[in-house]
Ligand binder design. Structure first.
Ligand code: PEP
Length: 258
């Protein structure tokens, strides 16, 4: 069976008390879950990583995720956090190129390719985010944009099967406007083709992100080639997050097919 992934991206939300209380409510509810084909990540703000890591207590089922890292191994970069520092405290996966960082921090493909490399060098899994803007889609450029994002951000990457992709149309992030199933299916199969033609691999997981919630999660996860989800807003509420975890568990076998 293919591996499934779910990542909760907390962005710049939650105090340490809120983060701790969330985990204390969540963890007991995950006890009953079949963990064999499933990896869950929670990506809090950097400052909360050690405290959340202590609560996870080395679990391989639920792992620490980071929302970003710097592209250089170390150096005089005030305010930044390196991949080595994240690996040191037990982070297992790192979001790279989230659209909020591409937009507000002006991160470009060349920089993102370096970040992917750093994360892999330290034995963590990069989750490379890609996705078109509303304008790109209206102009019919969505495929070209996503293709360029993937090709340039993975330029020179050899360990392609250690990477995961998160397709997140920018117009669906935090807007409540989820992409329709046809859009998700078409883009996931297009990304699969790119990875096959460029890297000769059919084994790179492709997650969907963008206004995924307990109501729409099941239908999204049952689309072909959807290996899980990157969840923003709904990952801030324990009950919603658990319902999304359950929806992924109930994904029909063979959905994430080659
Ligand atoms: C995200 O931040 O990656 C995301 C998908 O957010 P939301 O679920 O709130 O749209």
């Amino acid at each position: 069976m293919d591996k499934k992934y779910l990542i909760g991206n907390w962005k710049m939300y939650k105090t340490i008390q809120e983060a701790t209380s969330f985990m204390q409510h969540l963890l007991p509810q995950l006890e009953a879950i079949d963990r064999s084909s499933f990896t869950l990540f929670i990506a809090p703000a950097f400052v909360h990583l050690p405290a959340i890591g202590a609560l996870l207590n080395g679990s391989t089922f639920m792992q620490l995720g980071a929302q970003n890292c710097h592209h250089e191994p170390e150096g005089a970069f005030t305010g930044e956090v390196s991949a080595a520092m994240l690996a040191d405290i037990g982070v297992g996966g790192v979001l790279i190129g989230h659209s909020e960082r591409r937009i507000y921090q002006k991160e470009d493909h060349r920089l993102l390719a370096k970040k992917v490399k750093r994360v892999l060098e330290k034995g963590m899994q990069p989750f490379l985010c890609c996705g078109e803007s509303l304008e790109d889609r209206r102009n019919g450029r969505h495929k070209a944009v996503v293709q360029q994002q993937i090709q340039e951000s993975l330029d020179g990457i050899k360990e392609i099967e250690k990477v995961a992709i998160a397709y997140e149309p920018v117009w669906a992030i935090g807007t409540g406007e989820v992409a329709c199933l046809e859009v998700i299916e078409a883009m996931h199969s297009f990304i699969k083709e790119i990875l096959w033609h460029q890297y000769g691999s059919k084994n790179v997981p492709i997650l969907y992100g963008g206004s995924c919630n307990p109501q729409n999660a099941k239908a999204i996860f049952n689309c072909p080639n959807v290996a899980g989800g990157l969840i923003g807003g709904a990952s801030l509420r324990v009950d919603d997050f658990i319902k999304i975890v359950t929806a992924l568990l109930e994904q029909k076998d063979g959905t994430n097919c080659n």
